[in-house]
Every structure is written in structure tokens, then in C-alpha cells.
Design a protein around this ligand. Structure first.
Ligand SMILES: [Zn+2]
Ligand SMILES: [Zn+2]
Length: 140
């Protein structure tokens, strides 16, 4: 008799706990799936951001080759390189920024301009200057 009473009390408790555990699993599953969906949407939006910053990209090597080269003694606006803060010797080759005529070591200018399409001294935009000079050199 005691065993029957025990079963009558115990079985509903087991049933309730099983339902509770299943419910908790369902809640965990729902939250993880929504989190995955949220992370998927956020990661996809992150993938779109680099395409927006394409305009901030520096010059390509072919664009860098179009920039005029002069020797250090030909520099008009002083012979201090603003990138490495060193002096451009008169026998060294310097790269000139078209438009503002600021000069830098060829390696310094290429390193900077491949990351930032602006003059490191006066922030003069280089990309538009490049297109302007190519249009001026071809007066057809
Ligand atoms: Zn330099
Ligand atoms: Zn400049």
C-alpha cells in the first residue's frame, strides 16, 4: 500500500519535472537560435562596411608611378620629409605631391600614399589631383 501511495505522489512529480526540463531546453534552443540569427545579421552588416570605406583606400602602385620624382635639391618647399621627419639629401630622389608640391622620400611617400590618398602635410586630396594632371597632360 505504501508503495502505491509513493508511486501516486512520485509519478506526477517526475512528469512535472520532465515537462519543466523540456520547456527549459526549448527556451535555451530558442535563445541560441535567435542569438545566431542576430550574429549572422550583424556579421553580414559588418561585411558591408569595408565596401563603404573603399574611397579611403590609398593609391595603387600604378597611380604612385604617375607621381613626379625630383632630386632633393630640386625641392621647392624645403627638404624635410614629413613622414620620417628626416632631411631629404640633395642627391636623394624625392616624390612630389602634385598640386601642393610637398616632397618626401620615395619610400616614405609610397608607404604613406598607399594607405592614405592625401598629402601628409596639408591633407591635400591626391586622387583628384592625379585625375586633374592626367587630364591636363592630354589636351586632345
Ligand atoms: Zn622620409
Ligand atoms: Zn601638401
Amino acid at each position: 500500500m505504501l508503495f502505491g501511495v509513493f508511486l501516486a505522489l512520485f509519478l506526477p512529480c517526475v512528469g512535472m519535472s520532465v515537462v519543466f526540463v523540456v520547456y527549459m531546453c526549448f527556451l535555451c534552443y530558442a535563445t541560441t537560435t535567435t542569438r545566431q540569427q542576430q550574429s549572422n545579421t550583424s556579421s553580414s552588416s559588418n561585411h558591408q562596411e569595408p565596401t563603404k570605406g573603399v574611397k579611403e583606400k590609398g593609391l595603387s602602385s600604378t597611380q604612385l608611378d604617375k607621381l613626379p620624382k625630383v632630386s632633393g635639391q630640386e625641392l621647392v618647399l624645403g627638404n624635410d620629409c614629413a613622414v620620417c621627419l628626416d632631411v631629404i639629401e640633395s642627391e636623394q630622389v624625392a616624390r612630389i605631391v602634385p598640386g601642393c608640391n610637398h616632397g618626401f622620400h620615395v619610400e616614405c611617400a609610397d608607404t604613406w600614399l598607399s594607405k592614405h590618398p592625401v598629402c601628409p602635410v596639408c591633407r591635400n586630396s591626391l586622387e583628384t589631383q592625379l585625375f586633374d594632371t592626367t587630364a591636363e597632360t592630354n589636351p586632345c
